[in-house]
Design a protein around this ligand. Sequence first.
Ligand SMILES: *[C@@H]1O[C@H](CO)[C@@H](O)[C@H](O)[C@H]1NC(C)=O
Ligand SMILES: *[C@@H]1O[C@H](CO)[C@@H](O)[C@H](O)[C@H]1NC(C)=O
Ligand SMILES: *[C@@H]1O[C@H](CO)[C@@H](O)[C@H](O)[C@H]1NC(C)=O
Ligand SMILES: *[C@@H]1O[C@H](CO)[C@@H](O)[C@H](O)[C@H]1NC(C)=O
Ligand SMILES: *[C@@H]1O[C@H](CO)[C@@H](O)[C@H](O)[C@H]1NC(C)=O
Ligand SMILES: *[C@@H]1O[C@H](CO)[C@@H](O)[C@H](O)[C@H]1NC(C)=O
Ligand SMILES: *[C@@H]1O[C@H](CO)[C@@H](O)[C@H](O)[C@H]1NC(C)=O
Ligand SMILES: *[C@@H]1O[C@H](CO)[C@@H](O)[C@H](O)[C@H]1NC(C)=O
Ligand SMILES: *[C@@H]1O[C@H](CO)[C@@H](O)[C@H](O)[C@H]1NC(C)=O
Ligand SMILES: *[C@@H]1O[C@H](CO)[C@@H](O)[C@H](O)[C@H]1NC(C)=O
Ligand SMILES: *[C@@H]1O[C@H](CO)[C@@H](O)[C@H](O)[C@H]1NC(C)=O
Ligand SMILES: *[C@@H]1O[C@H](CO)[C@@H](O)[C@H](O)[C@H]1NC(C)=O
Length: 748
Amino acid sequence: MKTPWLILLLSSVVWAEEQYYPQSNNITWDKARLYCQQCFKELTTITSRNVHLIANNLSADYWIGLRRSYNGTLPWSKWSNEDPVTYQNWYPGHPVPNTEKKQPICPTTQTPLTSTTTITTTSTSTPTTTTMETSSFVANKSGDMCPILVDILDCLNMTYKDLESTVNSYTITTPKTTTHSTLPTSTTTYSTQTTPQSTTVSSCILEPEPDPDVYIEDSCVVLLSFGMWKEKVCNISRPFICYDDRFFGQINYFNVMKNNVSLSWSAGPSAKNISHYRVEITGDYNQTFNKTGLSAEIGNLTSGTLYRAQVFPVKCGRDLNPQNISFYTLPSAVMNLTVLNVTTVSAFLSWNKPDGNQDFYLVIVEDLIYGNNQTAKCPNKQCGITDLTPGVLYNFTVFAVVNQTTYGVPSSYSAYTNPSEVKNLKTGNNESNAIEATWENPNGYHSSFNVCIKELISNESISSECNCNEGSCNITNSMSIRMTALSSGTQYCLCVTALINSDTQPGKTVVSSAFTLPNTVSITSLVTYSTSMSVNWTIEGKYTKFHVKIETTDFQNSLRSDDTKDCYYNFASLMAAVRYTITIITFNGALESDPAKVIDYTRPTSARSPKATVNKMNITVSWEAPADSVGARINYTVKYHTPFWNEDYTLNTSDTHLTFPNLRSGTTYDFNITVVAGNLTSNPVSTSAQTEPVKKMLSLVMLCSSANKLECATNTTQEELYSKLYNLTAGKLDGVYWKLKWVDRKNH
Ligand SMILES: *[C@@H]1O[C@H](CO)[C@@H](O)[C@H](O)[C@H]1NC(C)=O
Ligand SMILES: *[C@@H]1O[C@H](CO)[C@@H](O)[C@H](O)[C@H]1NC(C)=O
Ligand SMILES: *[C@@H]1O[C@H](CO)[C@@H](O)[C@H](O)[C@H]1NC(C)=O
Ligand SMILES: *[C@@H]1O[C@H](CO)[C@@H](O)[C@H](O)[C@H]1NC(C)=O
Ligand SMILES: *[C@@H]1O[C@H](CO)[C@@H](O)[C@H](O)[C@H]1NC(C)=O
Ligand SMILES: *[C@@H]1O[C@H](CO)[C@@H](O)[C@H](O)[C@H]1NC(C)=O
Ligand SMILES: *[C@@H]1O[C@H](CO)[C@@H](O)[C@H](O)[C@H]1NC(C)=O
Ligand SMILES: *[C@@H]1O[C@H](CO)[C@@H](O)[C@H](O)[C@H]1NC(C)=O
Ligand SMILES: *[C@@H]1O[C@H](CO)[C@@H](O)[C@H](O)[C@H]1NC(C)=O
Ligand SMILES: *[C@@H]1O[C@H](CO)[C@@H](O)[C@H](O)[C@H]1NC(C)=O
Ligand SMILES: *[C@@H]1O[C@H](CO)[C@@H](O)[C@H](O)[C@H]1NC(C)=O
Ligand SMILES: *[C@@H]1O[C@H](CO)[C@@H](O)[C@H](O)[C@H]1NC(C)=O
């Protein structure tokens, strides 16, 4: 006895949502059926499941979809929608049988309740009476095979085929109708029974006589206001009840744009009876259209807005269950997107609110050098983007966004971040008409460098205010520059700025002070005197003063210095014969040039008080320093000359005495002492001395003969001879020691 239960389960699961529509106008059954077919699905059927829905609150008697026979079908076997009759609730004594005889009328076996026909209750308009296949269980109104059935099949260890054959081989009874009625014994019981439950009981009625209602051959069923049934002549007019399956359709939207969208929907049931579809768009602004087709272009929408679309198929002026969908229109593009300002690592974007609505804005930041992207979510129409790289071209794309993921039309703006500052700017500052500068690449990117130089007015101080406006500039790619043809002795501002964006977008300028050296003077003349020096020079370019100084190593604490604005200077009170170094430095403000130097001696003056002291064969010469040179170390040249021997000898010294040893004896030495200063010499001072003689005797015997007697004996003659001899000798022996004298021969 498992199988009947199975069938019950099946029929309770297969169910579509029906809706019932009582109609109050009075027409015949045929017209009512026609009307129901046109405007609904059919005249209503009544089953155990819908009876409580239909039979409540009835206000009149209504036609329902049951007729004795359609084109000769078995009486009372089918509903007008071809469903089998599985439920009856006849008023007692109805339907009136086609006989006047009392006879038991047994609502006999209801073939429709069995097997195939039950199960093939159709969802289409053409009834299928073919043999059952697996699909015929499944293709019912609710679509799929009941999960419970699957479980049961499992439980019974049966396949579908098994079930089919089982079903077909049994005569199935349902608890709702008793197929085998018995017998007159129960007659009395049933005749008194008037409750609706009578349907579930065996109803073998023994009619005493026909009801006042007569037998009607072509009869149609009326649902009485209290829920029971009677058959009536079909062509009388009365209200009726139609039913329709609740409509579930599909609706889609596509081609979503800012202000329009396309909708399409599925056809309503029995489409030929649908006069049109009413499309209702609700949102910030409501629109309603009538459409006969299955699609519509909806315009006049606001961008970025949530709309709800409802499509009502309209049948006989009646709205079927609407198909609903919600969608957002695309947000509009933001307007006048611009980058207000950029720094090296950030950009500040601004735009105007787009038409329509948006929840927030999404900014996609695309690095056009490396393609690194980042995104930013911005609630307002201004947004700062950070963590950028200096000197990079970024493409900022802004979308207005609704519902988190519905992006609007993009707007883009490209901009470079500023290049960052160059590093380690250094200037040479060691030339008089050029400045050399070097630096290192900045972080990030740059295209080239702009180097500007500007002369500072003399009293302008070098500081952070130093800027290169109106200076002269050069653009270079290298990390150094040499600016030439500058004025000497000048303060400059030197500015280096990294550029990007075809050299049009500068970064922050790095400023350095720089200067050229003043020119060094060129000394045109130096005139020296014994105690002064006078120097003249010329200068090109700017100067404020000259610093002159003089010094020597020849005595201590010799440095003297002075400043002058003239191009000459006279150093007075110098020492004579001293080697002086004169240095001249050009100043322009605080800038000083390389020094110009000149070295020369003051003129020497003569030494004083020369003396020569003899010590046997040695002579020591001494003298005193010139009065103008006292205290300084000066050089002397001492030179001697021996007239007799004609010998010369020179010695240099810086002392004030000098000893000449091992000289010739008895010789006169003449000494000249001069002060030497470079090429200059002073007038000499002289002294002389004779070394001690080593005497040797030379005897001359003179023989005198004379014609005059006694002339040889006279003193006169003798003196004359001596005199002649002396004169002769004196000419030859000058410069050495000698003596000539008479000696007596006798004594000798
Ligand atoms: C239908 O007929 C009934 C009486 O048979 C009447 O009371 C009712 O008003 C009629 N309805 C219409 C809409 O004519
Ligand atoms: C009865 O049969 C006729 C002709 O065969 C057909 O036109 C009509 O629609 C049928 N009626 C029903 C209720 O099936
Ligand atoms: C199910 O039926 C098959 C044959 O129809 C049988 O071989 C199998 O043992 C049965 N399984 C159970 C659990 O009864
Ligand atoms: C649009 O229709 C909805 C629902 O019918 C209503 O609540 C709303 O006020 C309407 N809006 C406008 C702008 O008419
Ligand atoms: C749509 O059709 C209905 C009935 O035919 C009519 O009352 C309504 O005015 C129409 N609406 C539009 C927008 O045409
Ligand atoms: C938009 O609305 C105007 C008037 O409200 C109408 O003339 C126009 O046809 C509508 N456009 C679309 C595409 O519906
Ligand atoms: C909003 O976004 C969610 C998630 O993407 C989506 O499921 C939903 O359909 C969207 N709402 C509308 C009205 O488009
Ligand atoms: C956008 O800029 C254009 C010109 O650049 C201007 O005419 C327009 O008014 C701006 N739009 C807004 C909303 O400011
Ligand atoms: C950029 O401009 C905005 C708005 O004018 C301002 O608030 C912000 O401080 C600026 N940023 C810089 C770095 O100048
Ligand atoms: C960045 O975005 C661009 C365009 O949107 C895309 O072509 C590129 O592949 C992205 N790069 C990365 C690294 O995601
Ligand atoms: C910026 O991005 C937008 C959208 O991806 C693109 O159309 C545009 O050409 C890009 N601009 C540049 C300069 O690459
Ligand atoms: C600087 O620019 C000037 C003019 O553009 C050019 O004559 C000069 O050679 C440039 N100097 C350097 C160092 O590049």
